[in-house]
Design a protein. Structure first.
Length: 156
């Protein structure tokens, strides 16, 4: 491996460190006091399956913080790709919530269709497809009313 390969490898390692520790810590601490963060979560499906992230804390939907000026659907597409490796077509807005609790900010929840299934995990969890009929039995990190109502209803 030449000098260029070492440099590229170092940049990649540094970026992963910054994303996991620096951005994560700042967004959960200082960021919540300076501005009200905007985040997007995505309910991505492939037929009768739902794409979720499995971590030590339970299951969650892929998603993350909006970058200033970024279209909300683009935030959802980008976050799903970063966290799961899957390309999605983001569709209908399912819910908007203004949370003042553990994760303060404005949260947007979109539905999406998975375009490819090239699963590639990240530090945020292992991406897995779960049958919609099994989703209600999962141990969720957070429970969002309209999203879970959609998932667990007979019509959804």
């Amino acid at each position: 491996m030449g000098v260029t390969g070492i440099f590229v490898g170092f940049r990649s390692l540094r970026r992963r460190f910054e994303k996991k520790y620096v951005e994560g810590l700042l967004s959960r601490t200082v960021g919540n006091y300076l501005w009200s963060p905007v985040s997007v979560s995505v309910l991505a499906h492939r037929g009768d399956e739902v794409l979720v992230l499995k971590s030590g804390d339970g299951y969650s939907l892929p998603g993350g913080l909006n970058k200033g000026g970024e279209d909300l659907k683009e935030t959802g597409r980008r976050e799903v790709l970063e966290e799961t490796g899957c390309e999605v077509e983001v569709g209908e807005l399912l819910e908007i919530s203004n949370d003042k609790g553990l994760y303060p900010g404005v949260h947007f929840f979109f539905e999406a269709e998975v375009k490819n299934s090239d699963l590639d995990g990240s530090w945020e969890g292992e991406p897995v497809f779960v049958e919609k009929s099994e989703v209600e039995d999962l141990e969720w990190e957070l429970r969002h009313s309209h999203v879970h109502e959609y998932l667990f209803s007979e019509d959804g």
